[in-house]
Design a protein around this ligand. Structure first.
Ligand code: AMP
Length: 638
């Protein structure tokens, strides 16, 4: 079998620098690779911190992802394979996808959805999610996908922020052999989000569901009256394509808005470079479409390239731990993209189960969501990639729209260093800076920033330009603040070192400490709470809660259960705390800020470090004592 070929770093760095020196010229050439209904007048209008890309240009994402493929042999190739954990399957050719998307778009028009309207999609990993996204953008509406693991409260918050009037949902989702009652969650959410006028329900099962007369409609009824062609509307390049909520430093999630032209140009080029994707690829990204990785990797980028996408609904190791390897073998997956958390979970199952499967179709492996440590990298490389597939460790965020730092085997494969995302993509001016915003020396830890705009960058935060400026452009003048720590080594390779802010990464999912704290204090007996992430060998981080009880309440296990229930209700099961500790005081600065750093070091049995700003030393002693007691109890249980 052929081994990966590596090229010297220098050649690529020269090319990368050349591209980055004149971003307008570089991205203009990349934009030519898409089909535009109207050519742009200007490549970039940059009025910091707002970038306008390909001004005056018009295009349509649905046309680019589907219609365009109907004029070639792609028409009858598989665009989308879908399988669930129970083994049910579906396949759509590009033509079939086109038919479904057109009908869905017509249905939306019949419901009165117009250009610029927001459509909320609360759907599990089913083909209708891809169809709904492409249908929404076909008519110039804007989709907001809400991860179907989010609770009713989280769904209501997102609906209210977008003031959407139409919601698309399914009766149920499927996970670990159980139905998740999504329609029930929607009914609960809509009590707190009354702006929704129409709910379209995709019924997958015979399960009984509640239908509210005048509001709830069945997809299968509506689609009967739908036309089979709706013109893909030429959209201005700067028309928003979607809003996607992500966690930040305050309790309220941020509605990240991506543009049509810039986003599509960016992901079209970067998926070619990073994954060497083509119409021959069978591309499988295991993320949920509810995250940016899923938006870009399960829907837009592979379809732009006429590839075949594989979509899987269910848990990775259900009903047995071979499930994923079985799928790679069955569909001949060529590009496989997953998270370090998932790989670590499979490492525990050992490699014997993998050896039973023929994974020789694989060409490139990807990793995303958190840093991949060298041991995990090595295991992935050897056991899944058979020591012949390069691993692309891709660094990016909801805000960046697409991959920013990664090896680029589609251009030139530089030597890989396990644990490093390697080098910025062409046109990306990434740097590591100190507190003053000056580049740090080799191997010194600093803040990862981006110094020049790029087409995939967010347009802003929905209806909140001030928060956009504050969150990303206020820490360093003229530099986009990513919120990540990094270092650069002597070859200029980037090593990502985790978040600088109050953002947790649990199994690759992004959650704000403030968001979880907000949910904890919803429990009527909690006076105050602090949340930290404690490093976990599999999940990256676990959520640890410190709570102060209100007068009259005593620490008890049932209160812990209540808190867990509350967090699951407010956010969803992904935010379930692993440990809850009751304390009388939290360590705070004299200005009243909770010192989460101190809590974290105690949890990790490390020295607490500088305490000069601490208000009350007794709070530290108490946390230490509570934690010691907890450790003793755990030891006994073990
Ligand atoms: P999200 O916006 O949910 O995709 O989360 C983005 C954050 O995930 C980044 O700011 C990083 O902290 C982390 N992240 C994503 N990819 C990587 C990677 N390859 N290496 C290290 N951290 C990553």
């Amino acid at each position: 079998m052929e081994k990966a070929k590596f090229y010297p770093v220098k050649g690529y760095i020269d090319f990368q620098k050349g591209a980055t020196a004149d971003i307008e010229r570089f991205w203009e050439k990349e934009a030519e690779k898409l089909e535009w209904f109207k050519h742009w007048d200007k490549v970039l209008e940059w009025e910091e911190p707002f970038a306008k890309w390909f001004v005056g240009g018009k295009l349509n994402a649905s046309y680019l992802c589907i219609d365009r493929h109907l004029y070639s042999w792609h028409k009858n190739k598989v665009a989308l394979y879908w399988e669930d954990e129970a083994g049910n399957t579906k396949a759509y050719s590009y033509f079939q996808l086109y038919r479904e998307v057109n009908k869905f778009a017509s249905m939306l028009e019949n419901l009165g959805v117009k250009k610029g309207d927001r459509v909320v999609l609360y759907l599990p990993m089913i083909p209708e999610l891809t169809i709904a996204m492409l249908a929404t953008v076909r008519i110039g509406a804007i989709h907001t996908v809400v991860f179907s693991g989010y609770s009713s409260q989280a769904l209501a918050d997102r609906i209210n922020d977008t003031s959407a009037e139409v919601l698309i949902a399914a009766d149920v989702g499927l996970r670990r052999g159980k139905y998740i009652p999504l329609k029930q969650i929607v009914d609960e959410a809509l009590k707190a989000a009354p702006a929704i006028k129409k709910v379209v329900v995709i019924k997958r099962t015979k399960e009984e569901i509640n239908m509210v007369a005048g509001r709830d409609l069945l997809y299968h009824d509506l689609i009967r009256d739908a036309k089979d062609y709706v013109e893909p509307k030429p959209m201005e390049s700067m028309h928003p394509l979607f809003i996607l909520y992500t966690s930040g430093t305050t309790g309220k999630p941020k509605g990240v808005v991506h543009s049509t032209g810039g986003y599509l140009v960016y992901i079209n080029s970067t998926y070619k470079w990073v994954f060497d994707i083509s119409d021959e690829s069978v591309y499988w990204c295991t993320a949920d479409v509810g995250w940016v990785t899923g938006h870009t990797s399960i829907v837009y980028a592979p379809l732009l390239h006429g590839a075949t996408v594989l979509m899987y609904e269910g848990a990775p190791d259900y009903p047995h731990p071979d499930r994923w390897w079985e799928m790679i073998e069955k569909y001949g997956v060529t590009i496989f993209y997953t998270s370090p958390t998932a790989i670590k979970m499979f490492m525990r199952y050992g490699d014997e189960r993998i050896k039973k499967h023929n994974l020789s179709s694989l060409k490139i492996l990807g990793s995303v969501g958190e840093a991949i440590n060298p041991e995990v990298w090595g295991w992935y490389y050897k056991n899944i990639g058979g020591e012949r597939c390069p691993i692309v460790d891709t660094w990016w965020q909801t805000e960046t729209g697409g991959i920013m730092i990664s090896p680029v085997p589609g251009i030139e494969l530089v030597p890989l260093k396990p644990g490093s995302a390697t080098l910025p993509l062409p046109g990306i001016d990434a740097e590591v800076v100190d507190e003053e915003g000056n580049p740090v020396d080799t191997s010194v830890k600093g803040h990862l920033v981006i110094r020049k705009p790029w087409p995939g960058m967010l347009m802003g935060l929905y209806n909140n330009p001030e928060r956009y400026k504050e969150a990303y452009w206020s820490k360093f003048k003229g530099l986009f603040y990513t919120g990540d720590y990094a270092t650069k080594d002597e070859d200029g390779y980037f090593w990502l070192l985790g978040r600088t802010d109050e953002v947790l990464k649990v199994a690759g999912h992004r959650l704000g400490t403030a968001e979880v704290e907000g949910a904890v204090v919803e429990a009527p007996f909690v006076a105050e709470a602090a949340v930290i992430g404690k490093p976990d060998p599999i999940k990256g981080e676990n959520i640890i809660v410190f709570a102060i009880l209100k007068e009259g309440y005593k620490p008890a296990d049932n209160l812990k259960q209540e808190i867990i229930k509350e967090v699951r209700k407010q956010i969803g099961p992904i935010a379930t705390p692993q440990e809850i500790h009751f304390v009388d005081k939290l360590p705070k600065t004299r200005s009243g800020k909770i010192m989460r750093r101190v809590l974290k070091t105690i949890m990790m049995d490390k020295p607490v470090g500088d305490l000069s700003t601490l208000e009350d030393e007794a709070s530290i002693d108490e946390v230490k004592a509570v934690y010691e007691e907890f450790k003793q109890v755990m030891k006994k249980k073990a």
